[in-house]
Design a protein. Structure first.
Length: 256
């Protein structure tokens, strides 16, 4: 294994936290303010003096002081952990959450040894694999997920069925159960018999979008692997391993 690559640890990533925090890693904004010894929290929030990631906070809104930029009168609330940016090669069989009520394995298990609490940027479903970003930088996460930035994500998809003109047919899918979608960029990588490997680039990221597109074409998806996000490449990172992003990679993501 190359230097800087880490295999998963089975230790709990957030020992000692209460159930509410373990479930989604977030606390109510007023609780975060209490941690900063600012009372009464409701008064600050109701007066519009508190912001979360640049937007005015609302009573009952959830926030995480380690991930979100929480400010009172424009000043940062407390100390934040140093930003961490990870690239994980997610295996099949892991859910892209921090905890799972069904007891399934999560991506948090795979990065438990990174030293800080990090959050997945977007999702890969249980049976999908490949490139997954995790970070504690709430501002960058919000930037990458906002629809107006249209960050490209590229997948290699193995399909089985009637694959005649496969690339053309998949690129022609512009509607999912009545919901319009932007056309994907599709190219054929390999074809043999009734099986094809396609490279598919999308930026919308609707729920199970590529699988649903393939279903419309009458294909069974045998493998779905994300290999690229914006300028970031999965490369030959082993399955289940993670690495830190370089400064150049982070800078490129900020410009997405």
């Amino acid at each position: 294994m190359r230097p800087g690559w880490n295999r998963r640890s089975t230790s709990c990533i957030w020992p000692g936290r209460n159930k509410e925090e373990r479930d989604d890693g977030r606390t109510r904004t007023k609780a975060a303010l209490r941690r900063g010894r600012l009372l009464p929290a409701e008064t600050y929030i109701a007066a519009g003096r508190v912001s979360i990631n640049g937007e005015t906070a609302q009573l009952g809104q959830r926030a995480d002081p380690e991930r979100d930029d929480i400010r009172l009168d424009g000043h940062p609330l407390g100390e934040k952990a140093a930003p961490v940016y990870l690239l994980l090669n997610k295996p099949r069989g892991y859910v892209t959450t921090l905890s799972d009520e069904k007891g399934r394995k999560t991506v948090a298990d795979l990065v438990a040894d990174c030293g800080v609490r990090v959050y997945p940027v977007g999702r890969l479903d249980l049976d999908s694999e490949g490139l997954l970003l995790l970070t504690n930088d709430g501002a960058l996460m919000q930037h990458l997920l906002h629809p107006r930035h249209q960050v490209d994500k590229t997948y290699h998809v193995t399909v089985f069925g009637d694959i005649r003109d496969a690339a053309v047919r998949l690129a022609a899918v512009t509607d999912l159960e009545g919901e319009p979608i932007c056309p994907a960029q599709v190219s054929l990588l390999h074809q043999s018999g009734r099986k094809a490997v396609l490279e598919v680039t999308i930026h919308q990221g609707k729920n199970r979008q590529i699988r649903r597109m393939c279903a419309q074409c009458g294909w069974k998806v045998q493998r779905l692997r994300r290999v690229r996000e914006h300028t970031l490449e999965l490369g030959n990172l082993p399955v289940g391993a993670w690495r830190h992003l370089t400064e150049g990679e982070v800078a490129a993501l900020r410009e997405a």
